[in-house]
Design a protein around this ligand. Structure first.
Ligand SMILES: NC(=O)c1ccc[n+]([C@@H]2O[C@H](COP(=O)([O-])OP(=O)(O)OC[C@H]3O[C@@H](n4cnc5c(N)ncnc54)[C@H](O)[C@@H]3O)[C@@H](O)[C@H]2O)c1
Length: 378
């Protein structure tokens, strides 16, 4: 019998659903020492929280996250709220001795992030941040190929994350669903929301970033605020592009915008090495493109690897070769890795400390966009 791990989740939005789905599935597909129990869901609206609890099988409902964090029957707090609550909830949860799973970005800024790292490390509680793209089999395969040295010396890293949902100037900012446009709730715009994912993947695959130079733009300068009813300045970056130098000597370009008409979630990265290159695209997430210069010259070309074989990362837990999995499975894999880490007493990454590095790159990017200078990542 697996040991029960009682979960208390805060927030029942997009991520609340993605995580709940993962908790419900994980033990059916992975043989694990621990089993998450959906003990409590917390949100401010009791009737909506009740409906969510009924749909997903949560045993109880709380409307105040402080009460949830203090409950003795809760082992793990899962933070699925907007970014401005991550810090306060994590500090309280660490004080209460709870393990913490926190959505990305870790915090509103590096200072908050550093305090969160200190809190979990002082409390000695297991912690992890949901940078889930690392857990897609094709992305994990990319990491493996780089680690094996198949690309040789890395010259270039190129990442984009493009969306188009905030182009209308009539879209308000703030409140449910639109908190991402409100700097007070989100901290930043595309930098913390989208580029944070690109940066996490890049740091994981290609190592640390030394310095950056960035530009940002806010195309719509004022929007009606849903919470005040007034037209207010927009404080987030609608678009951000930056250049980076990695510690391994490679050069990078990163670009993100919510103003790329026609793109809903185009996350791609490409890595060019001395011997080989790889390319990945979220819209075709089960494929990894690979070009190896050592192939026979007349037959050389880009291979499109369908990452569905049992020997590919995570795939032996799913169906038969050739049958692909999707976005939601990255969360199942992340829970599985967290639970395996607990059993083995090896923290699953990214821990709060790992995620702080991404936060520091985001902060350097935003500082550079303001000053127009190259900025060293702390
Ligand atoms: N890993 C990923 O790919 C990914 C994707 C989307 C969002 N996120 C992150 O997840 C977090 C949540 O984003 P989302 O898209 O799920 O947002 P959402 O708006 O869909 O859900 C947010 C939830 O938080 C709840 N909430 C807000 N204030 C609260 C409070 N004081 N007490 C209790 N509950 C409260 C809301 O009621 C809502 O249920 C953000 O930090 C976001 O950056 C990560």
């Amino acid at each position: 019998m697996a040991k029960s791990l009682n979960l208390g989740m805060i927030g029942y939005g997009f991520m609340g659903r993605a995580h709940s789905n993962a908790y419900r599935k994980v033990n059916h597909f992975f043989d694990l020492e621990y089993r998450p129990v959906l003990k409590a869901i917390c949100a401010r609206d009791a009737s909506k929280a009740e409906a969510f609890a009924k749909n997903w099988g949560y045993e109880s409902v709380e409307t105040d996250w402080r009460k949830l964090v203090e409950r003795p029957d809760i082992d793990v707090i899962d933070i699925c709220t907007p970014n401005n609550l991550h810090h306060e909830i994590a500090l309280a949860a660490a004080r209460a001795g709870k393990m913490i799973l926190c959505e990305k970005p870790l915090a509103m800024n590096s200072q908050e992030g550093a305090e969160m790292v200190e809190a979990v490390e002082k409390a000695g509680v297991a912690n992890m941040v949901w940078y889930n793209y690392r857990r897609l089999p094709a992305v994990a395969l990319a990491k493996k190929l780089v680690e094996q040295g198949r690309l040789g010396r890395i010259f270039h890293y190129r990442a984009v994350f493009l969306q188009d949902w905030t182009i209308s100037a009539d879209l308000p900012q703030g409140g449910a669903a639109l908190w991402r446009l409100d700097a007070a709730a989100a901290g930043s715009g595309v930098t913390g929301d989208l580029l944070a994912h690109c940066i996490d993947t890049a740091l994981w695959i290609n190592g640390g970033i030394e310095r950056v130079t960035a530009m940002t733009e806010t195309f719509v300068k004022e929007r009606k605020h849903n919470l005040t009813g007034k037209v207010e300045p927009v404080g987030i970056d609608d678009a951000c592009a930056f250049l980076a130098r990695f510690k391994n000597g490679s050069l990078a370009t990163f670009e993100s915008t919510r103003y790329a008409r026609g793109h809903k979630a185009l996350y791609t990265f490409e890595i060019n090495g001395e011997k080989a290159s790889i390319q990945w695209d979220l819209l075709d997430l089960h494929r990894l493109s690979y070009f190896d210069h050592r192939d026979e010259s007349g037959l050389r070309g880009w291979r499109s690897i369908h990452v569905t074989d049992g020997e590919h990362p995570y795939m032996s837990h799913w169906w038969v070769p050739g049958l692909q999995i999707g976005y939601e499975h990255s969360f199942v894999h992340q829970v599985a890795d967290f639970l395996e880490g607990l059993a083995q007493k090896i923290p699953a990454s990214p821990t709060f400390r790992d995620a702080l590095e991404t936060q520091q790159v985001c902060d350097a990017v935003l500082r550079s966009a303001k000053s127009g200078e190259w900025v060293a990542v702390k």
